[in-house]
Write a protein that binds this ligand. Structure first.
Ligand code: BGC
Length: 736
């Protein structure tokens, strides 16, 4: 009876939006475009001033009070305001809520997007039920070419295609496979970020300028976003950077012409934290009214935390902001709120945590993901896997051996970094080596989270990892004694969990001097030496790596990282990760990535002081297994209509079951505008029993073959191409 149309769930979303919009005052509309934290923001990344709670605002972010408190605030909006518009609750749920999954960069190394989809499904359920989160600021889908940039850890590596596949998987995991799924309990709205080009920051320095050609934008930075939009992502976050003189937050070409015009996106865009008022720092304008106009007219809809959108009513009244622009932005925000069922279900159930989080299946999935993400970098003389029956004395050494936060990494949400919830390598070791005496001694330490901001004076011995501390000779000597007494030494190295992420760029990405000294001393014992590395970025430690017999790169694997590590070390599982980002030999080689343009001279060294190799230390796609895979001949044929069909057989030629990722690379050998030496056009992870053979296939359209032009368009040009399967087998073909 007399229920307004917008409250009627049987009405189509468009009609509900229109009905609500026409009832709203200017102030109510403006408020829907505002996102703020409640009170003091407890997110250490985003420390800001106090904000009094306004129940008419569109969204709250980073609220850590839990479901019941969230519901109490929500009640103020739903029952205490004129129109009862529920608030959308946003949070950075990047790789899990309470169950910690591997960091996204690690996830992409699994080359198994189904793991990401399932992990995001769990994260969605946990954050919704436990934290009252409706909207996650994830996935980050920025192509990263510079491992010094701290935020690569949040994305899926250096390849645009792989980023796109994982973007789509994450969106499906958070939101569901169909738009209607978003209404189901335990689904959250996804947010593709940061739109666009932030990862191109000069020198890998966070928040820096980006010079991006039309071509690079289309070839590298935009495709993952397009894939995420096609998968149904309902929101995007605009970025901090400035592309070729236009701040991303004021970039109409990307936010409107491309995103909405070309891709048909009809969700909404939120600006990044403070990015609108940051226009002052970028010397665009220090006038909040101008900042507001620039952001809104470019295509941002909601403003994260600046509070400058409070200017909207005055701007409309003064005739400076067209009502149409405001109404479109508000309509987009409301549409998403209707789509996710917020008007019907504004509250989340207040269930005990044990019923919603860290269920046994969630933790099993965390272990499965961590196993799938780790990459075996080296295995001299088949040292791994270790046979636990034969190991009688194991020396467990290194600063990451008993460090829980090092296994979790940045943006951990509510994932506890303690021994109970995230067992360390040391905690789990005995379970896997029941017959061994385990001697643990760290040899050196990683600086704890919350260490004071590092200043210039802390840069001793060329690294910030041991601020003020040279290698501790006594600690190393103790580790050496343990090594001498052991059958095998496992040394756990890496960077602290807090040293990658936002505002965590590093100029030096080697291991710390203390860790290098520790490895030197351990290697001198002549004992078999296994390195386990926990890190949030590719570390350039090829020289130290040469002294280790085997290396398993764990990344930051989350709640069950240690279990997964030992399963891999002991052969209960076979490593199958492949690098989604190139590992440089030295910092001076950066940027170095697989899909570079061809150079203009052959047979010359890139650097005179590195006269052995031009190649990076470890290329994209690299990773070993305990078994071996044989590739047959690759075949490629051009069908009528222009489709290219290619296939290759892969055989498990070893004695263990294993999984091989067949990565298909396309090289365009003749084009009027030069193309990358190769680019990924597909991949498939195949599990193979010993002796088993499977065929991997790919089918490409003319569009897939089209060459990128300087203006950012793609055009098919007839000529010769090459398709390579993991650089192990290739076939050439001519397409006309
Ligand atoms: C980051 C975003 C994040 C936001 C909210 C910003 O500083 O750049 O990635 O989603 O904070 O926490």
């Amino acid at each position: 009876m007399n229920q307004p149309a917008y409250k009627d769930p049987r009405k189509p979303v468009g009609a509900r939006v229109r009905d609500l919009l026409r009832r709203m005052t200017l102030e109510e509309k403006a408020a829907q475009l505002i996102q703020n934290p409640i009170g003091r923001d407890t997110n250490p990344n985003n420390v800001g001033p106090d904000h009094p709670f306004d129940p008419t605002i569109g969204s709250v972010l980073s609220f850590t009070g839990g479901a019941a408190a969230r519901n109490a605030f929500q009640r103020m909006a739903v029952e205490g305001t004129r129109l009862g518009i529920p608030i959308l609750w946003g949070y950075d749920v990047i790789h899990g809520w309470r169950t910690g999954f591997p960091v996204p960069l690690a996830q992409s190394c699994s080359f198994d997007p189904s793991l990401t989809e399932r992990a995001c499904r769990v994260a969605a359920r946990e954050c919704w039920a436990d934290g009252g989160v409706d909207w996650t600021f994830s996935p980050m889908v920025e192509v990263g070419h510079d491992p010094r940039w701290g935020r690569n850890v949040e994305g899926y590596g250096e390849d645009p295609f792989t980023n796109g596949v994982f973007a789509a998987a994450a969106v499906r995991g958070y939101q569901g496979r169909r738009r209607a799924d978003l209404r189901k309990p335990g689904r959250v709205v996804a947010c593709l970020k940061h739109f666009v080009g932030y990862s191109a920051s000069e020198g890998g320095r966070d928040y820096s300028y980006t010079e991006i050609s039309a071509r690079a934008l289309r070839e590298w930075y935009l495709p993952p976003f397009e894939a995420g939009v096609r998968a149904g992502a309902r929101t995007l976050m605009s970025s901090f950077n400035c592309i070729d003189g236009t701040p991303a937050v004021a970039n109409r070409e990307t936010l409107t012409d491309i995103l909405r015009g070309e891709w048909g996106f009809d969700g909404f865009v939120v600006s990044d934290w403070g990015a609108v008022s940051q226009l002052r720092i970028q010397h665009f304008s220090s006038d909040p009214a101008v900042q507001t106009l620039a952001a809104l007219t470019a295509g941002n809809d909601m403003d994260m935390s600046d509070d400058v959108f409070r200017n909207i009513p005055a701007l409309v009244k003064a005739g400076r902001l067209p009502r149409r622009v405001l109404d479109e932005a508000v309509a987009r925000v409301l549409r998403v709120k209707f789509e996710c069922g917020l008007f019907e279900h504004p509250y989340v159930p207040e269930l005990p945590r044990e019923k919603t989080c860290r269920l046994p299946a969630d933790l099993d999935l965390a272990a499965e993901c961590a196993r799938g993400c780790a990459v075996l970098l080296k295995n001299e003389k088949g040292l791994l896997p270790l046979d636990p029956r034969k190991v009688k004395r194991l020396a467990l050494v290194g600063p990451a051996a008993d460090d829980c936060p090092a296994l979790v990494g940045t943006w951990a949400a509510m994932c506890a970094k303690n021994h109970e919830e995230t067992p360390s390598l040391r905690d789990e070791a005995a379970r896997f080596f029941p017959n061994a005496k385990i001697d643990y001694t760290p040899g050196c330490a990683l600086p704890p989270e919350g260490a004071p901001r590092l200043r210039t004076v802390d840069f001793v011995e060329g690294s910030i990892l041991d601020p003020g501390l040279p290698p501790d000779r006594a600690a190393i000597a103790k580790a050496v004694r343990a090594a001498r007494a052991a059958d095998v030494v496992v040394v756990a190295l890496g960077e602290p969990g807090w040293l990658s992420g936002e505002y965590k760029s590093r100029r030096d990405i080697r291991l710390s001097p203390a860790q290098e000294a520790l490895v030197d001393a351990l290697a001198a014992t002549g004992k078999p030496l296994v390195g386990l590395v926990a890190a949030g970025r590719p570390l350039a430690f090829s020289e130290t790596a040469a002294k280790l017999d085997a290396i398993l790169y764990l990344w930051q694997g989350g709640s069950r990282a240690a279990q997964a590590a030992w399963e891999l070390v002991t052969g209960a599982a076979n490593p199958s990760g492949r690098l989604a980002m190139t590992f440089p030999r030295a910092v001076g080689q950066i940027p170095v990535f697989y899909n570079a343009q061809p150079r203009s001279r052959e047979n010359l060294f890139d650097y005179l002081d590195c006269p052995h190799e031009n190649d990076p230390w470890l290329p994209f796609g690299y990773g070993l297994s305990y078994t071996t895979f044989e590739y047959g001949k690759a075949k490629a044929a051009v069908r009528r209509g222009g489709r290219v069909e290619a296939s290759v057989t892969v055989k498990n030629a070893g004695k263990r079951e294993g999984a091989e990722t067949v990565i298909w690379y396309l090289s365009d050998l003749e084009s009027t505008s030069t193309q990358p030496v190769r680019r990924v056009v597909g991949f498939e992870k195949v599990s193979l029993k010993p002796g088993e053979t499977k065929t991997a296939k790919i089918s490409l359209s003319r569009k897939d073959l089209a060459a990128m032009q300087p203006d950012g368009t793609r055009r098919f040009e007839p000529g010769e191409f090459e398709l390579s399967a993991s650089l192990r087998a290739s076939a050439r073909f001519v397409a006309n």
